[in-house]
Design a binder for this molecule. Structure first.
Ligand code: GUN
Length: 289
């Protein structure tokens, strides 16, 4: 193996420590601490794990955590009423509605009901528009975490060829816009892209966010490229008792060619919550400026 392993777990711990220091300073100056409200509708097991981790880490950095669990059959109007209440609550600086929402709800309408200044996910249409046009925005947490790891690994990103695999609103599209803002030449590839291996082979930076286990192979990677693997896929290896987590990249073959690569787990994953806490602190600071 030749690649440097990018330790997202350690980097996220540093980000959280910085947030904790600033929360303590804000408390000393204003007597108040940032508050993050997390809303979970239904009982999706993966979402329950994320929400539990979010709440624990929010408290660990000294912020207030407000958890709202609603039944899967909750009416959309009741969720919108809760969001209106959180928008008006001065103790709440950040609001996150965990996705996916149950099928009977209109996720777009729900997200756009959040006060855009409290939209710590960066999914509100005002924040999306600000990011695309280069204005000060709340930036989605996972792409922001990827950007931090890339800048830490490469220094400036200016002039690099970047390929983002995946065009979701949560990762692919905001990632592409962040890379563009940093001066990369960006290609957004996806499930319909022709000759995907050839497209990826051009890239100095590969961000894989397709949700297909171990799809990206080592012979797709330009020697020395930096590979950021956003995938978290649970697979059951033949003959193995326990399921294991793998990324969207075939780690061993990619690590043999790449200059640096994030592992799964322990790469991008921990950065998402660290960036959520950083965004909540940012929202608090803007409101108290
Ligand atoms: N579900 C999976 N990732 C995310 C995320 O970053 N934010 C929210 N709200 N829901 C998610």
């Amino acid at each position: 193996m030749s690649a440097t392993i990018i330790d997202g777990k350690a980097f996220a711990a540093v980000v959280r420590a910085q947030v904790a220091t600033q929360v303590a300073a804000a408390k000393a100056a204003t007597g108040q601490v940032p508050g993050l409200a997390v809303v979970l509708v239904g009982e999706d097991p993966a979402s329950q794990v994320y929400v539990r981790n979010k709440n624990r880490q929010t408290v660990e950095v000294g912020m207030n955590s407000f958890e709202h669990k609603l039944a899967a059959e909750t009416a959309e109007a009741d969720l919108l009423a809760l969001i209106a209440q959180l928008n008006a609550d001065p103790a709440v600086d950040g609001i996150l509605v965990q996705l996916p929402l149950p099928a009977h709800m209109n996720a777009e309408a729900v997200i756009n009901a959040i006060d855009s200044a409290k939209d710590v996910d960066g999914f509100h249409i005002d924040n999306v528009g600000k990011l695309v046009t280069g204005q000060k925005a709340m930036v989605p947490c996972t792409p922001l975490g990827c950007l931090m790891l890339l800048r830490d690994t490469l220094g400036t990103l200016e002039g690099r060829d970047a390929v983002v695999i995946g065009r979701s609103n949560i990762v692919g599209k905001p990632m592409a816009n962040l890379l563009l803002r940093d001066g990369c030449t960006v290609t957004v590839a996806h499930s319909r892209t022709a000759n995907l291996p050839d497209v990826v082979r051009r890239a100095d930076i590969v961000v894989a966010a397709v949700g297909r286990p171990e799809m990206v192979k080592g012979d797709w990677i330009k020697p020395g490229a930096v590979v950021i693997d956003v995938g978290i896929n649970r697979v059951q290896p033949a003959g193995a008792e326990k399921a294991k987590l793998v990324g969207d990249c075939d780690f061993d073959s990619c690590a043999a060619v790449a200059g640096a690569i994030t592992p799964v787990p322990g790469g991008v994953g921990p950065m998402t919550i660290a960036c959520l806490l950083a965004n909540t602190l940012t929202a608090f600071c803007r409101r108290h400026a």
